[in-house]
Design a protein around this ligand. Structure first.
Ligand code: CO
Length: 421
C-alpha cells in the first residue's frame, strides 16, 4: 500500500506510469498476498486502491504539480520568432484569471495589467524561440531553411523539427551526411547552415505541397520535455525564454493574491531572438517607470566552461545580470535586489555575459529612459534543441521577483529614478 501511495504521490512521475502498469503491480501484489494467505478484506482494499490509483494515473498531470505542468506546456509549444501563436494562447489563458486588463501591441506581444495606482512596473519575458523558415522546396522533396535567431551551425544537424504548415504540424529531420561515404577530411568539419536540408519523408515537391507546406512556413525544434531521472532538473527546448514566461505567470498569480503597491504590467513579448522587437513595441504601449526582464541565463557549470565567460551554476539561485552587450542595469535597482535577496534569504548569482542581449535593452531605452534589470533562471545549453534548468532556481526566482515588486512603491521608484547630483 505504501509503495502504491508513493507512486501516486511522487511529484517526479513524468506520466510514464500508466494505469495498466499500476494494475500490473496490483496483480503482482495480489499474487504475493494470495500465496501468503492474506485476508479477503485486505485484498478488496488493495483492489479498490489499485483501481483508484489507475484512474489517477490515467491523467498524468495529477501526479505532478501545476508549475511543472505549466513549464512542460510552455517548453513543448512551438513558437519561433514571429510565429508565437501557440505560446501566446497559453500566456493569455494563464494570465487572464489574474489580469484586470489584457491587450496586445501591434507585433503580437501580450500586455496584462494588474493594479490601478502607483508606479508602472513592466515585467517582461519573451515568448519566441529559435527556429527557422522554409526557404525552398527541391524537386526531390527536400526543404532548405532560413535559420531564425542565434544558432550554432553544429547544433542543427541530425535533429527533429516540426513545420507549422497550413494543414497542421509536419515532422521533419535535418539530414546528416552518412559517415560511410564521407571523405576523411570532411569528417571533423562543421557543416554550414546553408548546406543543411529538412527531410519530411516526401518523394517529390508535389508530396511536400500535399502536406500543406510552402515557402515561408515556420520551423521549430522538436524536443519534448522530460524530468531528468527523478531529479529537480528539467530537460526541454526553449527554456530561453519559456522559463521566464512561467516566472511572470507565477509572479502575477502571487501578486494578484498578495497585493502590491504599483501597477504591474506583464509583457510577454515577440521576436526577441531577432532583435528585441516585441519588447520595443510593448514598451511603447506600456510606458514603464521600471523594467524587469526575466530570462533564461547561461549556466557555466559544465566541462570546458570558463568563469570569465559566465559564473552561474544550476541550483545556486536566481541570476542577476550586471552587464550584457545590450544593457547595463540601474545600479540602485541592483542594490534593491541585493537587499531583497538578503531579507528573503534568497541566494543570488551575479553575472556579466558579453555575448548576450535581452529585452531589458529595449525597455531601458523606452519612455525617456527606464531603470531596468535582467533577472535570470540559469539554463545549460540555451539556443539548442535540449536545455536543462533547475526547479529550485525557478521557485526562488519567483520568490525574488514577488518580493522585489512588493518593494517598488512610489517612494522607492522615485529614489531609483533620481539622478539629481
Ligand atoms: Co532569451
Amino acid at each position: 500500500m505504501k509503495s502504491l501511495q508513493a507512486l501516486v504521490d511522487n511529484p517526479n512521475l513524468s506520466g510514464a506510469y500508466t494505469g495498466v502498469q499500476i494494475s500490473r503491480n496490483v496483480i503482482k501484489s495480489w499474487r504475493v498476498m494470495k500465496t501468503r494467505n492474506c485476508s479477503r478484506k485486505s485484498l478488496i482494499t488493495l483492489c479498490a486502491l489499485g483501481f483508484s490509483a489507475a484512474g489517477l494515473a490515467a491523467a498524468p498531470a495529477l501526479s505532478r504539480d501545476r508549475v511543472e505542468t505549466l513549464l512542460q506546456s510552455l517548453a513543448d509549444a512551438p513558437g519561433p520568432s514571429g510565429y508565437e501563436e501557440e505560446v501566446r494562447a497559453i500566456m493569455v489563458r494563464e494570465l487572464k484569471p489574474f489580469a484586470t486588463h489584457i491587450s496586445y501591441d501591434g507585433l503580437g506581444s501580450v500586455i496584462a495589467q494588474h493594479g490601478v495606482s502607483g508606479p508602472r512596473v513592466m515585467l517582461d519575458a519573451h515568448m519566441d524561440e529559435l527556429g527557422g523558415i522554409v526557404r525552398r522546396i527541391t524537386p526531390e522533396g527536400f526543404l532548405s531553411m532560413q535559420m531564425v535567431g542565434g544558432w550554432l551551425d553544429q547544433a542543427l544537424l541530425g535533429q527533429r523539427w516540426v513545420i507549422l504548415g497550413s494543414k497542421g504540424t509536419v515532422h521533419a529531420v535535418t539530414g546528416i551526411r552518412d559517415i560511410h561515404v564521407l571523405p576523411q577530411d570532411e569528417r571533423n568539419k562543421v557543416f554550414p547552415r546553408n548546406d543543411i536540408f529538412l527531410d519530411v519523408g516526401a518523394k517529390n515537391a508535389a508530396e511536400v505541397a500535399a502536406l500543406g507546406i510552402e515557402a515561408g512556413d515556420p520551423v521549430a525544434p522538436d524536443a519534448p520535455f522530460a524530468v531528468l531521472n527523478g531529479s529537480q532538473r528539467y530537460l526541454g527546448k526553449a527554456w530561453d525564454d519559456r522559463a521566464g514566461c512561467a516566472v511572470v505567470i507565477e509572479v502575477m498569480r502571487r501578486l494578484a493574491a498578495e497585493g502590491h503597491p504599483n501597477i504591474l504590467i506583464v509583457a510577454a513579448t515577440t521576436q526577441e531572438e531577432t532583435g528585441v522587437r516585441g519588447a520595443h513595441t510593448a514598451a511603447d504601449v506600456v510606458h514603464p517607470d521600471i523594467g524587469i526582464a526575466i530570462e533564461g541565463g547561461v549556466a557555466g557549470d559544465v566541462p570546458g566552461a570558463r568563469p570569465e565567460e559566465t559564473q552561474a551554476r544550476l541550483g545556486a539561485g536566481p541570476g542577476v545580470f550586471l552587464y550584457d552587450s545590450s544593457e547595463q542595469p540601474n545600479r540602485r535597482l541592483v542594490g534593491l535586489i541585493k537587499e531583497t535577496g538578503k531579507a528573503e534569504k534568497i541566494p543570488l548569482q551575479f553575472d556579466l555575459v558579453s555575448g548576450y542581449g535581452d529585452d531589458s535593452s529595449a525597455i531601458q531605452a523606452s519612455n525617456g529612459g527606464v531603470p531596468a534589470v535582467n533577472i535570470v533562471v540559469p539554463v545549460r545549453y540555451t539556443h539548442a534543441h535540449n536545455g536543462v534548468m533547475d526547479r529550485n532556481d525557478f521557485d526562488r526566482t519567483v520568490d525574488l521577483v514577488v518580493a522585489l515588486i512588493k518593494r517598488l512603491d512610489s517612494a522607492t521608484v522615485k529614489r531609483v529614478r533620481d539622478f539629481a547630483p
